[in-house]
Design a protein around this ligand. Structure first.
Ligand SMILES: *Cc1c(COP(=O)(O)O)cnc(C)c1O
Length: 358
């Protein structure tokens, strides 16, 4: 399928943010977006890149009522050499399609998806910020647009990709977070939709986040839904725990999002000879390891931050400070090495980086 491109008139271009240190996350959008429509029996059609604009939706559009809606999150990086890079984009494309299958929505041809990404990013390349740690965040999204009430798989969908320049995650250097162990609420259960980026998962997580911030914590540590015992994720990131010299991360058992960063951390740590085990420790095991002095590091992993060090855990009335509240050595090394691959600073033994321009 051909992608039609309708460029914005020069006079209508939005002003670019001047101060890259004030970009923040997810508030500014570039000049263009990609859209494509689906109709049962016809397939995907009208692939186009157009000036960014509001969508027109029927108030009965099914995504608004029944949450048949999911997304992806990835980034384009401006390398030290001025080139534009993506990081393992096929992983995000395949994960989007597995979300589609789980939510009875149409899959997208992988090649067309990648072509749409490249064309859109290259057209809006001046929106990619230049300072270290900044990037262009990419949000592919699919929504059910059929106008109908009554729960059934929709027969019309819209797929779109929007772009936003985002600031460095750690403008003042690493700051370890304080996390709150949620006993009352759970994020996902095996057999549910916790292993895909279904929009409803994030709405369901808000109340626990609110409770965490009321207690002075920045993130929620989610426990498994059945026993409320084994750790699963931190906020919207995967979790890693270094006990002794073994790096633990929960296995992809169905309630955990298969993070691209998680997979990269596992591969990189193993390549350094670190013992990585896919096993979910219980919160009690973590507290005990802390007592014994064998709990060395905890960090979260995800596209936004790469890795985010955890400095303190609040569980019931227990407060555990990890590694004296300082950033662990392994956390720091993983951050640096993945960042250097993403920005083209170091060579890329894993073949993760994809140059899209020039
Ligand atoms: C997106 C996400 C992650 C991290 O995935 P990456 O591919 O590494 O960005 C982890 N957990 C949840 C719940 C997520 O939504």
């Amino acid at each position: 399928m051909e992608i039609k491109i309708k460029e914005i008139l020069p006079g209508e271009k939005k002003p670019k943010p001047k101060d890259e240190s004030k970009l923040g996350f997810g508030k500014i959008f570039s000049d263009h977006f990609f859209t494509m429509e689906y109709k049962e029996g016809v397939g995907w059609r009208n692939a186009s890149i157009e000036p960014y604009r509001p969508l027109i939706l029927d108030p009965a559009a099914m995504c608004l009522h029944y949450g048949q809606e999911f997304f992806e999150g990835m980034k384009a990086y401006r390398g030290k050499d001025g080139a534009i890079y993506l990081f393992r984009p096929m992983e995000n494309i395949r994960r989007m399609n597995s979300s589609a299958e789980r939510l009875c929505s149409p899959v997208i041809d992988e090649e067309l998806f990648l072509e749409a990404l490249k064309k859109l990013i290259i057209l809006d390349k001046d929106w990619i910020p230049k300072s270290e740690g900044t990037a262009l965040y990419i949000r592919p999204t699919m929504i059910a647009t059929e106008a109908a009430l009554g729960v059934h798989p929709a027969d019309e969908f819209l797929f779109f990709i929007i772009l936003c320049p985002v600031g460095a995650y750690y403008p003042q250097g690493f700051s370890p977070t304080k996390i709150y162990v949620s006993e009352e609420h759970v994020r996902a259960v095996r057999g549910g939709v916790g292993n895909i980026k279904a929009a409803g998962n994030y709405a369901a997580s808000l109340l626990a986040s609110k409770k965490a911030s009321a207690l002075g914590c920045t993130q929620v540590l989610w426990l498994d839904a059945l026993e409320r015992k084994y750790v699963e994720e931190v906020g919207t990131s995967n979790i890693f725990i270094l006990i002794g010299d073994e790096l633990l991360t929960p296995p992809l058992s169905g309630s955990i999002l298969p993070g691209v960063t998680r997979d990269s951390v596992i591969a990189m740590a193993r390549s350094w000879g670190v013992k990585v085990t896919e096993r979910a420790p219980s919160i009690d095991e973590i507290i005990m390891a802390h007592g014994k002095g064998t709990l060395k590091e905890i960090f979260a992993s995800g596209t936004a931050a790469i890795v985010s060090p955890v400095g303190q855990i609040c569980y019931k009335d227990i407060e555990c400070v990890i590694g004296g509240g300082k950033v662990g050595k392994l956390t720091e090394r993983l951050y640096r090495e993945i960042l250097d691959i993403q920005y083209g600073v170091k060579n890329d033994p894993f073949g993760w980086r994809v140059k899209i321009y020039p």
